[in-house]
Design a protein around this ligand. Structure first.
Ligand SMILES: [Zn+2]
Ligand SMILES: [Zn+2]
Length: 164
């Protein structure tokens, strides 16, 4: 796995994308649905996090999960996802107060000279530009990548076993 360290050009902010590693699922009844997410800066937990990208209606309609799911169960899952009333959340702390980090390009020179890359995002706290340093040593975690579970409203469930 590759880590990226994000830093602010103006203040002390520095954080890795470590909390975004692993697998994130909605648990609906006994089913696990992969959460669509992207990397963001959260102003509530002050970290680089994964934040939800809520599915559009047509994505919910085209949802495909395990073949063993009955038609009725699939309908129940779609209904749970489409009845969501709350906006997207930080998957680390549950806050809505985050900003996605826009996609950024890495040039050959930046790779060659190991330069931090400008992201298109400015730190709301201080106005400084957020830089990404993708040249961070890689760790091997094998299949020990964490799995995290959330209810349909994007709130983390600490021990999914108890919710069956
Ligand atoms: Zn800053
Ligand atoms: Zn947060």
């Amino acid at each position: 796995m590759k880590t990226t360290i994000y830093t602010c050009a103006k203040c002390e902010f520095e954080n890795s994308d470590f909390s975004t590693w692993g697998h994130h699922y909605y648990k609906i009844d006994t089913h696990f649905i992969t959460i669509n997410r992207d990397i963001a800066i959260c102003y509530s937990c002050k970290s680089i996090v994964s934040a939800e990208i809520l599915p559009f209606e047509n994505e919910i309609n085209n949802l495909e999960i395990e073949k063993s799911v009955s038609k009725a169960e699939l309908e129940a899952i779609k209904l749970a996802l489409s009845s969501r009333k709350t906006g997207p959340r930080c998957l680390n702390c549950g806050s809505h107060d985050f900003e996605f980090i826009p996609n950024f390009k890495i040039s050959k020179e930046q790779v060659r000279y190991r330069l931090p890359v400008r992201t298109g995002l400015f730190h709301r706290n201080c106005g400084g530009r957020i830089y990404a340093d993708t040249d961070t040593p890689k760790f091997f975690m094998g299949d020990r990548l964490p799995k995290r579970y959330y209810n349909k409203d994007g709130i983390e469930i600490k021990s999914p076993i108890n919710f069956k």
